[in-house]
Design a protein around this ligand. Structure first.
Ligand SMILES: [Zn+2]
Length: 252
């Protein structure tokens, strides 16, 4: 390919901008058709992830409580063993003093056993409550998952309808954007962002700016047609790429 030595003319720059604008407008149209669905899907995805985190937190808490119960049951068994051991010892005491001392030990261990039972019941109660929380949260999770599935399907249908067009447009955009100077690309993006309709480059239509519909004086229209420089709308700042030829439609 021969090196391009010539500067791009203003006309070429405007043509490149207009081409990019047309592609972006078509892409905007596709996005508009999808409406709030992509955002709704994202929100639901976030919510589902949040609920799942809550459930796993509850389940971790339940696991810790179950460990606590096991510890208490083991402590009770230990105390029970001691009680049995002391009772055996009590059979072979030599005097009342020894008997009483062992009785005290037995009493102490029996208290330990009661305490362990009490704690186990408390933990079991806590687990029941947590399990209620889990099942309540799981119900909510299932509802939200169903909502998400429905929205995703809806969105996928819309995407499938326009996917091919969108891909083509994106490819065309990649090519078209290379023809637009870096210096013009930034104001172009900024202008597009400023207006809900995403129009940065417009034509003069019926003597008015195609973006804000303010009248463009004839001399200015002539300058725009000349394409010696880039002219923007005095009212909205949009780039006026050309003046649309008036087409007379014959009425039958
Ligand atoms: Zn304007």
């Amino acid at each position: 390919m021969a090196a391009v030595a010539t500067e791009t003319t203003i006309a070429q720059k405007l043509e490149a901008l207009l081409k990019l604008q047309n592609i972006d407008s078509a892409l905007d149209g596709i996005k508009k058709m999808r409406g709030d669905l992509p955002e709704e899907v994202r929100d639901l995805e976030d919510e589902v992830a949040g609920i799942e985190t809550r459930i796993s937190k509850f389940n971790k808490e339940i696991a810790i409580l179950e460990e606590d119960i096991t510890k208490n049951r083991n402590a009770k068994k230990e105390a029970e063993k001691l009680v049995n051991k002391y009772k055996d010892q009590q059979m072979n005491v030599r005097n009342n003093r020894e008997y009483d001392a062992i009785s005290k030990e037995i009493e102490l261990q029996q208290l330990e056993m009661e305490l362990a039972d009490k704690r186990t019941r408390e933990f079991e109660f806590k687990i029941l409550n947590k399990k209620d929380d889990v099942s309540e949260t799981e119900t909510r999770l299932n509802t939200r998952k169903k909502d998400l599935d429905a929205k995703r399907k809806e969105l996928n249908v819309l995407i499938a309808e326009s996917e091919e067009d969108e891909q083509k447009l994106m490819n065309n955009r990649d090519k078209a954007v290379k023809f637009v100077e870096e210096r013009l690309l930034r104001p172009y993006d900024k202008l597009r962002g400023n207006y809900p309709n995403g129009l940065a480059v417009v034509l003069v239509k019926r003597g008015a700016c195609g973006g804000c519909f303010s009248a463009v004086p004839p001399q200015r229209q002539a300058d725009i047609k000349d394409k010696k420089r880039i002219i923007v709308c005095e009212h909205c700042g949009r780039i006026l790429a050309d003046v649309e030829d008036i087409v007379f439609i014959s009425k039958k």
